[in-house]
Design a protein around this ligand. Structure first.
Ligand SMILES: [Zn+2]
Length: 164
């Protein structure tokens, strides 16, 4: 069978002002939730760091979704995480969970959980993912964060989590 190709037309709709740089280096992989409420604040937190973002409902839900009744993407996510670490010489993986996460609230297996129960589930999840990644990819540092959202002031804080 021959590959006959596919006929397409390309119409340029955007041209960047930032020049293309032929580099394959990233400082970190960043797993965060896709919640729009803190997109800009997360960008502010990251600054100019070169990072590969995995922005997805629940962030670490990519690893733990299966046990909460969401799609089980753990093997595929671990596969690409390892690939990215190798290809981009990544030194750190940042994992973020946040208060009032819709991906947790919508998890079929977590229906009816109180905010306190949900907080504990999220903390156990991020600990589990941190330990799993540290074991699977020992050459990287894995850092866990809890993002707090203050409705009254609109402030978003990043809090590094230490496990005892
Ligand atoms: Zn969320």
């Amino acid at each position: 069978m021959t590959d006959e190709g596919i006929k397409v037309t390309l119409k340029e709709i955007f041209k960047s002002t930032v020049p293309f740089k032929d580099s394959h280096e990233a400082d970190s992989l960043f797993f965060n939730c896709c919640d729009f409420r803190f997109r800009k604040q997360s960008q502010e937190f990251l600054g100019d760091r070169l990072m590969d973002p995995f922005v997805f409902p629940g962030g670490i839900m990519l690893f733990v979704g299966g046990k909460h009744g969401h799609a089980d993407l753990k093997d595929g996510t671990l596969y690409w995480t390892k690939a990215m670490v190798k290809l981009h010489h990544v030194k750190e993986i940042k994992l973020v969970i946040h208060k009032d996460c819709g991906a947790y609230k919508a998890a079929p297996a977590l229906a009816g959980k109180s905010p306190e129960e949900m907080y504990n589930i999220q903390m156990r999840d991020i600990k589990e993912v941190k330990e799993m990644l540290s074991k699977e990819i020992p050459e990287v540092t894995v850092t866990a964060y809890y993002m707090d959202l203050a409705r009254e002031t609109g402030e978003v804080t990043y809090n590094e989590i230490s496990f005892e």
